[in-house]
Write a protein that binds this ligand. Structure first.
Ligand SMILES: NC(=O)c1ccc[n+]([C@@H]2O[C@H](COP(=O)([O-])OP(=O)(O)OC[C@H]3O[C@@H](n4cnc5c(N)ncnc54)[C@H](O)[C@@H]3O)[C@@H](O)[C@H]2O)c1
Length: 260
């Protein structure tokens, strides 16, 4: 490719890469030349019966899938050490996440813990394993956390999810400044509303309302999120440290108002 978006020779791990945003990220990084490991607790197949790694291999790329529940610290350490030993880890995309709706009064201990154990604890375990490996190797690296606009602004009726994504954003900033001097760039992407299985729960009236609140009037495609992840995984982002990039059609910037 010959550009600084070229990821040939790099090894990337994408958590939750079986479907949705993670699938688009994994395919995009592989198209840029990276060898990609998809680490997901389930190996979801597309309608055509292909897994994400099947799709990457069919495009001439290098990929493998491993089953991993990121909320288990010992499982994460074993899997990340195995990947690091075989391919090294240059890029980690912490994408796996889960959502639950509910105000504080409606949220049980179990659902609060479930949201934090994946979105926050799981991201911490994967990040720690990758950072230890990157420090040992001394060659720097890239870590991209998939947060959410819900971590930057309250989102009515999603108490646990907003709290978890807010924690993830400040975690990104903290790890970003702790390891910037070692050449490890840690940054976050905050997607707005993206067409995936996660948002399939929204009915037409909610979709229209969210579109109306969004300055460009559209939801994102998973590919649009993956394009920003590619930038943050590449040499083009070498001077970004603890940054959060919203990919939301302007939703955080302002609300369109119809006058007259
Ligand atoms: N879709 C949106 O509108 C949107 C908006 C903002 C942020 N996000 C974030 O983007 C990320 C991806 O979302 P998506 O819409 O593609 O979701 P999705 O539900 O379609 O996919 C999530 C993937 O993560 C995997 N996963 C969940 N828990 C896991 C665990 N414990 N261990 C390993 N893998 C696990 C699932 O198996 C699945 O493949 C999430 O972190 C989500 O919070 C999504």
């Amino acid at each position: 490719m010959g550009t600084r978006l070229d990821l040939n020779g790099k090894s990337a791990v994408v958590t939750g890469g079986s479907r949705g945003i993670g699938r688009a990220v994994a395919i995009t990084l592989a198209d840029a030349g990276a060898r990609v490991t998809i680490a997901d607790r389930s190996d979801a197949l597309r309608n055509d019966g292909l897994s994400t790694s099947d799709v990457i291999r069919s495009r001439g790329g290098h990929a493998e899938s491993v089953l991993l529940d990121i909320s288990s610290s010992p499982e994460v350490d074993a899997t990340m050490n195995d990947i690091a030993g075989r391919h090294g880890i240059d890029i980690l995309v912490n994408n796996a996440g889960t959502i639950v709706s509910g105000t504080v009064a409606e949220t049980s201990d179990e659902s609060w813990r479930a949201i934090f154990s994946v979105n926050v604890d799981g991201t911490f375990y994967c990040t720690r394993a990758a950072i230890r490996h990157m420090l040992n190797r001394g060659a720097g690296g890239k870590i991209v956390n998939i947060a959410s606009v819900s971590g930057l602004r309250a989102n009515q009726g999603f108490a646990a999810y907003c709290a978890a994504k807010g924690a993830l954003i400040n975690f990104s900033r903290q790890v970003g400044i702790d390891y910037g001097a070692q050449g490890i760039n840690v940054n976050a992407v905050a997607p707005g509303f993206v067409e995936t299985e996660m948002t399939a729960m929204y009915d037409a009236s909610i979709r229209h309302a969210l579109e109306a609140q969004t300055p460009n009037g559209k939801w994102a495609t998973p590919q649009q999120i993956a394009d920003t992840v590619l930038f943050l995984s590449s040499g083009l982002s070498d001077h970004l440290c603890g940054e959060v990039i919203a990919v939301d059609g302007g939703w955080l910037v302002g609300t369109p108002v119809q006058v007259g």
